[in-house]
Write a protein that binds this ligand. Structure first.
Ligand SMILES: [Zn+2]
Length: 754
């Protein structure tokens, strides 16, 4: 499953999904909700708002926070809160009822309901239900509570003798750095370059067309270009960019959006870049719409029904809308589609066209190909040179040849390159789905589809993940450059016509991007030349050889990654050591890139948990050892060039954070397994002793990792961030985890040892 945002939907008045009768997950550390609430919101919401929401005074909150050892509050701005809203909603999900979450955000019900449903499937990431939380009201702390707060403060002082900070480097500081304009930037575009487009590393959701500069500032565009990227992509909704013929009201603001897009593509052209629009069209309409236009109604799904693309009026709508976009945005690079997945679009898009009176009589391949014929003819009616790229996502195998053979010759076929590559990890058979850097493609599925495409003379595109993937979403990139380079060399032989460099993650201007694009542009380069050039550019001639060696070692270690789609979505890999250790099972089920909880059995996919943990540990060890080798080789040598020095330090941090997350994932799996084993009544005394000893070591190690990552996150605001999940964790979460571990070591371990 890939997932995305629907943007503004103006039809339905959104309602919040009713909370279900399930207790929220208790804090793994705090004795009550109030203290958890203050801690978790301290660095992401203004103190006055934290106070207001629960009927407290600002000074009450400040007093409690100070006693708990929390640092001077960070003055969060509205803009930062907007960019942090997923982070804020997630951390209050088990603490507050809807009304108070709304108050905390200064939103209204509609806004929260809309965001939960449409903001990259946030509600699903939160578990697809809201636990029942009673309103939290402020209680003046009594003496005992004040004592409790002071004890927490003492723990903080002991663990962090030099004090703690809310953020250190400000949140989103990386946006500022990436936005810096280089006045000496030279644009060189070779005619031989094939399209290579990615998504913004910090894409702002909602209505990106309202202000494209927020997601794609000029300095960032320059940096992408300097790393060989020549395009960016955006999700678009036809009725928001062009007037919807049956109800102009829902298209309100389309002129401005289209004009912004025109201007943006024009500016991008000057930088040697193009814009690509993702289409998942035509969007289904609410059933009420069809009371007026019953003839347009196709397949029904709950409250929505497809706009049937077998109807001539719908066909005209698609064609004309595309024509209008192409005419008004002459510098547009192209469109790519998903036509059998994601939102309900054509009647066969969710594989059930049999429920439409028209499409049931037609072959699914014919209906899907026709949607592309309409788009392509819109492009041609506008005399535009932009491309149409048909992504095969969700196409049933038996449809593929039928669709491809019916597409207009100019339409390109895009396939996920790494799909279906068989792997064996820790003796267990698995296969790569999408989102993988652990094994270089292309895999059998893409090869098969490209072959069919070439048989019918269509251009071919690869969809890849160049920077990072869900194998670790909270770092700017995973430096497995040798796999990226090998993939590029493999693809070179296939004579591709273009590449999509990543879904919503992986858009950081990384060495991965550079090595990939160098190899695509220079057929005469081999992997070693490209790796060396990439390293020299970032770290200078002297450091380059050792960096190449490190990248190669890391790549080898990464080949141990226990890839399975469940692992990448549900394991604690993205949150790493910020995930608490609960001594009592929470009973909660891990959610997709949301809460892993302690649900080890749903972290591992096809891997038995012990093997899963061993494999994660092997990956981590490879990264840690490479880092140690790097530091030894550099020794006391000073790196004189400030840019090389900065790049070197950043690279070390990226490697270290990857290592920490993989090790922590292994630790957490083992912790839960041992904790559960301990409750087994027939555990021998000897085994019990051994379990406790192991638990102690794991907790100790988790504490160290949390502190280490805290020290990395406060100097580098990129860590923990990903565009669709916002910050997975903030520095104070890592402090909290170290308190959680310390408490277990001081109290729980002695208690179970008795
Ligand atoms: Zn239909």
């Amino acid at each position: 499953m890939i997932y995305l945002t629907l943007l503004l939907f103006t039809f339905t008045s959104w309602e919040l999904p009713a909370p279900i009768d399930k207790e929220p997950v208790p804090s793994a550390f705090f004795k009550d909700r109030l203290h958890a609430y203050i801690w978790l919101n301290w660095s992401v919401v203004p103190i006055s708002r934290i106070a207001d929401t629960i009927g407290a005074k600002e000074e009450d909150i400040l007093a409690i926070g100070t006693r708990m050892g929390l640092p001077k509050p960070y003055p969060v701005t509205e803009e930062e809160m907007e960019r942090l809203h997923c982070t804020i909603i997630r951390r209050n999900w088990h603490l507050l009822p809807y009304e108070q979450i709304i108050k905390l955000l200064k939103w209204n019900t509609q806004q929260l309901a809309y965001t939960l449903r449409e903001d990259d499937f946030l509600f699903i990431k939160l578990g697809n239900f809201k636990p029942q939380c009673s309103p939290l009201t402020f209680q003046e702390p009594d003496e005992e509570t004040i004592e409790y707060e002071k004890q927490i403060g003492n723990m903080v002082n002991n663990l962090f003798p030099r004090g703690i900070q809310c953020w250190g480097e400000k949140p989103f500081h990386f946006i500022k750095e990436l936005s810096d304009i280089n006045n000496n930037h030279k644009v060189e575009v070779s005619n031989k370059e094939i399209p290579r487009y990615c998504s913004s590393y910090f894409l702002k959701y909602g209505d990106p067309f309202a202000n494209l500069e927020e997601s794609y500032p000029k300095g960032y565009i320059q940096k992408l270009r300097a790393n060989g990227v020549n395009g960016v992509w955006l999700q678009s909704v036809l009725y928001l960019l062009t007037p919807f013929p049956w109800d102009m009201e829902i298209s309100k603001g389309w002129e401005q959006r289209l004009e912004n897009l025109r201007k943006f593509s024009e500016d991008l052209k000057k930088e040697g870049m193009k814009v690509y629009l993702y289409l998942n069209e035509p969007r289904a309409m609410p059933n009420s719409f069809y009371e007026k236009f019953p003839e347009l109604k196709g397949v029904n799904e709950g409250e929505f029904s497809a706009l049937c693309t077998s109807h001539p009026d719908v066909q005209d709508y698609i064609k004309n809308a595309i024509k209008m976009i192409c005419e008004k945005v002459p510098d547009l690079g192209g469109f790519f589609t998903i036509s059998a997945s994601e939102n309900l679009t054509n009647c066969w898009s969710h594989h059930h066209g049999e429920n439409c009176p028209r499409c049931s009589k037609r072959n699914p391949s014919e209906v899907i190909a026709e949607v592309h014929q309409l788009i392509q003819s819109g492009i041609e009616l506008a005399n535009s040179s932009c491309r149409l790229i048909a992504w095969d996502w969700g196409w049933k195998e038996e449809w593929v040849e039928g669709i491809i053979s019916n597409l207009p010759p100019k339409t390109a076929i895009m396939s996920v390159s790494e799909w279906d590559i068989p792997i064996i990890r820790g003796g267990i058979n698995s296969a790569i789905g999408e989102y993988s850097l652990t094994e270089p493609g292309p895999g059998p599925r893409a090869l098969r589809h490209w072959e069919i495409a070439q048989k019918y003379s269509h251009p071919i595109f690869a969809k890849l993940q160049i920077g990072t993937t869900w194998e670790l979403g909270s770092v700017p990139y995973i430096p497995v450059l040798e796999n990226v380079a090998t993939h590029a060399v493999n693809l070179r032989e296939k004579h591709l016509d273009g590449c999509m460099l990543g879904w919503t993650l992986g858009g950081y201007p990384s060495p991965n991007m550079q090595v990939f694009n160098l190899l695509m542009d220079h057929p005469e380069y081999n992997i070693d030349i490209a790796l060396s050039q990439t390293a020299e550019k970032r770290f200078g001639k002297e450091l380059a050889p050792i960096m190449v060696k490190v990248w190669k070692q890391i790549t080898q270690a990464f080949k141990e990654y226990p890839f399975h789609i469940i692992v990448v979505y549900q394991s604690p890999v993205h949150v790493g050591p910020s995930n608490p250790l609960w001594v009592n099972p929470t009973g909660y089920i891990a959610t997709m890139t949301g809460f892993p909880y302690d649900d080890v059995k749903n972290w591992c996919g096809v891997f038995p948990p012990e093997i899963f943990a061993n494999q994660m540990e092997k990956v981590s060890r490879g990264f840690m050892n490479s880092l140690a080798m790097l530091k030894t080789e550099i020794g006391n040598n000073n790196i004189d060039n400030p840019m090389y020095k900065k790049n070197f330090e950043q690279e070390c941090r990226v490697i270290e954070v990857c290592a920490i997350h993989y090790e922590s994932t292994a630790n957490q799996a083992r912790f839960v397994l041992l904790r559960n084993e301990l409750t087994n009544s027939n555990v021998s005394d000897e085994r019990k002793k051994q379990i406790i000893e192991n638990l102690k070591q794991i907790i100790q190690r988790e504490k160290e990792l949390a502190i280490r990552e805290y020290n990395l996150q406060i100097v580098d605001s990129r860590f923990g961030f990903e565009a669709t999940n916002h910050y997975f964790f903030v520095p104070l979460d890592l402090v909290l985890k170290s308190l959680n571990c310390e408490e277990l070591l001081n109290n729980w371990i002695p208690q179970i040892s008795r």
